[in-house]
Design a protein. Structure first.
Lengths: 91, 568
């Protein structure tokens, strides 16, 4: 694995607001959010933040609006030259 | 024995729209249905995660364009002649019936502003076939129907191998990546509905999971079916779309159907140079035009909505979040107001799906019952040879569900083979080895695949580039058994990574075989830049024979089913 900068966590869960209900774990299509079941004392953990699709389903289902999706710089202020995605000329 | 053995009449792999719509008729017929689903719920579409905002359908509302016959007549031009007309005709004929059925589940397709269907024209279709609606709850109703009919769902469970004996499929091996439980599931028939191939190439953000369609759809159906000997077709074609630069998300249909323009850096509205329909051209043509503009040095390209009337802009703004919930947040965090300023766009990453045209799907070749070339194996949705977005998934799903029900009934209780414990053990051991292996991490392995696809198989190809790609992908395959997973979740990703690599290899082989160009950048060979109507009105068929990739061809004027030899 390449050595990297800190992984951006797109799923910000406010620990003060979260009611520790499990719905975000339940709905995540990518199996990223892990929450101990039937336990109202532990917070959900975003275990694989770099695998987030930015679909926002966790935010949409949260009953108390404890989740906010934060886009990273690479997405908000994307500097990639689109031509770099269009293949290489091979003689 | 260290796995759980289950038996069911019908096993459905993938709980998206196609899978659920296939399960429903089988359940209605009183058959036992088990669905394997990598997610935890059936409430959201497999491909887009959230709801849907467009649904393509015939409604028989009166005008000629709204009849199946009219649309079918236009299918050859929509697909550049490479399409299974027999299956597509059936799908189009079934559209009104399936629409009514979905409405009976509680889905409201009407626009509350008019208490009527709001239908729009887009993507080169010869009529206003797309119902624009608030489909936030669309899939929830379909999922609820499956539960109501007592379909059994194994969630957080991934199917990885099909089981076969005497050339017939009789089950699958799967595992739950939360609990680590392994399953051997015997089924009279199986419906593959695991979607398209994503995470296949690089995108603008450089983040592999930032993808237009669901990044957890990774060609698992293609891999399982290919390894079991089923024929895959149209695998040479790639699909891309336009996305706001930096965020690969849905939304092009809403933009073009509501009247947005695309302009280049000179402010030129260029689409009419490429197609007389302008922004209403097929998705493949729009993407190709933008690719060309970038290659000509005319980038950046922008989507411009500023000329649209305020009620249209209001509607666009109000519906922005339907098929991607986070789109408003993206614009907000970017501090960009699409009403007042042009939005810079990029082409998205590539996928193997339906190459930017309706009805030409890339995946398992199927007949008019959804039955693949392999006995007892059916398919629907974006992994099947006829595909058409959400509606295509719903309708072909339903067709496959009826097809599989009739097939299972015809089998008339024939006894299924005993489980091949040796084979199941082999699969399980091979997988568990990844948890202790010391080879390349799945992320690095996948990055390598994406690099090869982007650079050598993507939107510009030649025999040399494809040769290079095939060499690299074969070399990667040699390291596959040593790929490393950190945990059970990682083991699921390892399997996805294998599916992505194999799909890329199939694509490279199919692209090498098609020595012409067709449908713009969906298959552009720089060494064969012309479309060759004389020799290439053909399907490229890829299958596995004696552990090798075998390429065959068939005339596109014949159905794919005419090539099937199920040997039973």
């Amino acid at each position: 694995m390449s050595e990297e900068k800190e992984v951006h966590n797109p799923i910000k869960i406010d620990p003060e607001v979260c009611v520790k209900c499990n719905l975000c774990d339940w709905i995540c299509p990518g199996d990223l959010i892990y929450k101990k079941e039937d336990d109202r004392t532990t917070l959900p953990e975003v275990k694989y933040p770099d695998e987030c699709w930015y679909c926002g389903l966790c935010q949409s289902i949260c009953p108390v609006d404890a989740i906010k999706i934060i886009f990273p710089e690479e997405m908000i202020n994307c500097k990639t030259d689109v031509r770099s995605l269009l293949g290489k000329d091979v003689e | 024995m260290s796995w759980t053995e289950l038996e069911t009449d019908v096993l459905v792999i993938g709980g998206g729209v196609a899978g659920c719509m296939a399960a429903i008729p089988a359940l209605e017929e009183g058959l036992q249905v088990t669905i394997l689903e990598k997610g935890k719920v059936l409430d959201h579409c497999g491909s887009v995660g959230c709801g849907v905002d467009h649904y393509l359908t015939i409604m028989d509302s009166g005008p000629e364009w709204d009849t199946p016959e009219f649309l079918i007549k236009h299918v050859p031009e929509l697909t550049d002649g490479i399409v299974d007309l027999e299956v597509t005709s059936k799908l189009i004929h079934q559209m009104p019936r399936v629409l009514k059925k979905i409405e009976s589940f509680g889905v409201n397709f009407k626009d509350p502003r008019f208490n009527d269907y709001y239908r729009l024209k887009s993507f080169g279709l010869p009529g206003t076939y797309h119902i624009n609606f608030d489909g936030t709850e669309f899939k929830k109703h379909i999922g609820q129907q499956v539960r109501k009919l007592k379909g059994k769902v194994l969630t957080r469970t991934m199917g990885i191998n099909l089981l076969e004996k005497d050339n017939k499929v009789y089950g699958a091996v799967a595992f739950n990546f939360r609990s680590g439980e392994w399953y051997a599931i015997k089924a009279k028939s199986i419906v593959m509905a695991a979607g398209e191939v994503n995470r296949l190439s690089k995108n603008a953000s450089g983040m592999p999971f930032d993808s237009w369609h669901c990044p957890f759809n990774t060609g698992d159906a293609h891999r399982m079916a290919f390894n079991a000997g089923a024929i895959l077709t149209n695998m040479e074609f790639v699909e891309t779309t336009l996305t706001p630069k930096g965020f690969s998300a849905q939304g092009l249909n809403a933009l073009v159907s509501e009247g947005a323009h695309f302009v280049n850096k000179q402010g030129e509205r260029f689409m009419f140079k490429y197609d007389e329909k302008g922004e209403n051209a097929r998705r493949a043509v729009i993407a190709d035009a933008v690719i060309n503009e970038y290659l000509l040095g005319n980038g950046p390209i922008y989507a411009d909505c500023r000329h649209l009337p305020s009620d249209v802009l209001d509607h666009m703004e109000a519906t922005l979040q339907i098929d991607r919930y986070t789109m408003p947040a993206f614009y907000e965090q970017k501090a960009l107001k699409f009403r007042d300023e042009p939005v810079e766009v990029s082409i998205s990453e590539l996928s193997i799906r339906r190459s930017g045209v309706y009805f030409r799907g890339s995946g398992l070749a199927v007949d008019t019952q959804g039955h693949s070339s392999k006995e007892n194996l059916f398919a629907a949705g974006d992994c099947a040879s006829v595909s058409g977005g959400i509606a295509g998934a719903a309708v072909l799903g339903h067709i496959s569900g009826e097809g599989v029900s009739a097939h299972v009934k015809k089998l008339n209780g024939a006894k299924l083979p005993d489980f091949d414990s040796e084979e199941i053990n082999r699969i399980k051991n091979e997988n568990e080895h990844h948890l202790v292996a010391s080879g390349m991490n799945w992320r690095a392995f996948e990055d390598k695949t994406r690099e090869v696809v982007s650079d050598y198989i993507g939107v510009r190809r030649s025999s040399k580039s494809l040769e290079l790609a095939m060499q690299t992908l074969s070399a990667l395959a040699a390291n596959e058994l040593e790929m490393k997973a950190d945990d059970l979740h990682g083991l699921m990703r390892v399997n996805e990574t294998k599916s992505i690599r194999l799909s890329a290899e199939v694509m490279a082989n199919a692209a090498m075989a098609r020595t012409e160009s067709r449908t713009g950048s969906s298959h552009f060979r720089s060494d064969f830049p012309e479309t060759n109507e004389k020799d290439w009105k053909k399907f490229v068929l890829v299958s596995k024979e004696k552990d090798r990739m075998k390429i065959n061809f068939s005339d596109a004027s014949d159905s794919l089913a005419s090539t099937f030899n199920r040997g039973s």
